[in-house]
Design a protein around this ligand. Structure first.
Ligand code: ADP
Length: 483
């Protein structure tokens, strides 16, 4: 298996077209979460290497920004093709370092390619305006131009597609990039360097550094050559990056934590709701920022929904991602398991009952049993904290207004879901929920065509959709006089 993926598995960083090691020669180990074994190492870079990567990106920007949108679109289409030609190998590499089931990994790589293709198309639609002038002898033009070098910091839960959402619009707009993948899953990030080379992007357009998150993050946020920071990760680190980026007034895009509510009303199609609940909760073993964190189920349908959810949960096959038929991989690391255990202990000590699961899986390591708990209440930590694991807490409610109020009683506002067959209620609840993404009778809604992004402390800016390229562009007003 390693042999098949080895072509993409780079144990070096890409800076200005060269694959290099850290100045210190230091490395960090990358571990397979399914068995705890070391897969390999990647360079442990810091500020100096990051500065060189930024300078290489700045040098490349001067010619890259002058390429035609059509030429950039062609390269991006080629990048899409290279990804799809290597979908299996990239997916295997992803499973190896991240743990998710192979089918999900293939889906993620397919999604990465889809983002690249979408932005290849959008590259040619970066329109400006000619604005009616208040002066007879002057004309007003509004043009768009690439912001410059961007710094992209990405997490371990979608190590391939989170970079696609950033590199796609950046390259389409004419920006160059320095990317820092998460230390747990650097290979899928470094693979973007190999892919960009194979597609034919000029040296320095895509640079990738791994290593000390704080050192790389400090250089990316403090270096004035970087004009935009795009980040996906925790709200805590997002806030820190925003503060640091303020020093040189960089643009920022932030895709941060979520606390997704999933509301099931009495008039819902219960089977459809359970089907949606399974994908909205257990995808990637609950480790996505759009995963359901809290289920709110109305009184009359409560017991039927719980019974069917428990039954569906019991059928989820837990196992290593590369094992045939596996649907639930391990959690990313021991810390993640401890967090899930802590939140469960807090909930049960405050009255929640375990309906299924509730403990580490017999497979050992970081495998955890898919879990459902009932009797959840607002004073439990799961009301506000992201579980990021395979636990479904069920709250019971009486009235629509009460459910919407509880769903909104959080500082987050990324994704939410609800199930109803009443059209009036569908509109009322959709308009009442303070969330950037709403699934109505759907549990899996992410797609390249639609703008993804949170409200409140879940983030700033949109990824995907026609909106996704906006954050990588500066708007310039030009007044032409003396006509
Ligand atoms: P998670 O909880 O998903 O690991 P983090 O926000 O800690 O979320 O990590 C997301 C990304 O942010 C990773 O690439 C991580 O290495 C990076 N990161 C963590 N701390 C910092 C920091 N101080 N500065 C810049 N990046 C950071």
């Amino acid at each position: 298996m390693l042999k098949k993926t080895s072509h993409f598995m780079r144990e070096a960083n890409l800076i200005g077209g060269s694959w290099v090691q850290a100045d210190s020669g230091e490395t960090i180990e990358v571990v397979n979460p399914a068995n705890g074994q070391t897969i390999g190492t990647v360079p442990k870079c810091g500020r100096a290497e990051t500065r060189r990567a930024i300078e290489a990106a700045e040098a490349a920007f001067h010619s890259w920004k002058k390429t035609s949108a059509n030429d950039r679109a062609k390269l991006l289409r080629r990048l899409h093709d290279v990804i799809m030609d290597n979908q299996d190998a990239l997916a295997e590499l992803l499973v190896l370092e991240q743990g998710k089931p192979l089918a999900e990994a293939k889906g993620e790589v397919g999604m990465s390619a889809a983002y690249i293709l979408w932005f290849a198309e959008e590259a040619r639609r970066v329109y400006g305006d000619v604005v009616p002038s208040p002066w007879a002898d002057r004309r007003i033009l509004v043009t768009k131009e690439p912001v410059g070098v961007i710094g992209a910091i990405t997490p371990w839960n979608f190590p391939s597609s989170m970079l696609a959402r950033k590199l796609g619009p950046a390259l389409a707009a004419g920006c160059t990039a320095v990317a820092k993948p998460a230390s747990q899953t650097p290979y899928s990030g470094l693979a973007w360097g190999v892919l960009a080379e194979e597609a034919g992007f000029p040296a320095g357009v895509v640079n990738i550094v791994t290593g000390s998150a704080s050192a790389i993050g400090d250089e990316l946020t403090e270096n004035p050559l970087v004009r935009k920071i795009t980040f996906t990760g925790s709200t805590e680190i997002g806030k820190l990056l925003m503060q640091k980026a303020a020093g040189t007034v960089k643009k920022v895009s932030m895709e941060l934590g979520g606390n997704a509510p999933f509301l099931v009303f009495n008039d819902a199609d219960v089977d459809r709701a359970v089907q949606g609940a399974i994908v909205a909760k257990y995808r990637n073993s609950g480790q996505t920022c759009v995963c359901t964190n809290r289920f709110f189920v109305q009184e009359e349908i409560h017991d039927r929904f719980v019974e069917k959810l428990v039954e569906a949960t019991s059928k989820l096959k837990v196992g290593p991602g590369l094992e045939e038929g596996s649907q639930q991989g391990p959690l990313i690391d021991e810390k993640a398991v401890e967090k899930v255990e802590e939140l469960l202990a807090d909930a049960t000590s405050k009255g929640a009952k375990v309906a299924i699961g509730g403990k580490r899986h017999a497979l050992g390591g970081t495998f955890f049993e898919p879990t459902v708990i009932t009797g959840a209440s607002p004073e439990m930590r799961i009301m506000e904290e992201e579980i990021f694991g395979p636990v479904s807490p069920i709250f019971r409610f009486k009235h629509e207004e009460e459910a919407v109020a509880m769903a909104n009683a959080t500082s987050f506002g990324l994704a939410c879901y609800f199930y109803t067959s009443d059209l009036g209620r569908a509109f009322r609840v959709m308009e009442g929920l303070k969330y950037g993404l709403v699934g109505v009778n759907e549990g899996l809604i992410t797609t390249v065509e639609a703008p993804f992004g949170g409200f409140k402390e879940s983030g700033l800016g949109k990824e995907g959709g026609y909106q996704g390229i906006e954050d990588y562009l500066d708007t310039k007003y030009v007044c032409i006089g003396g006509l």
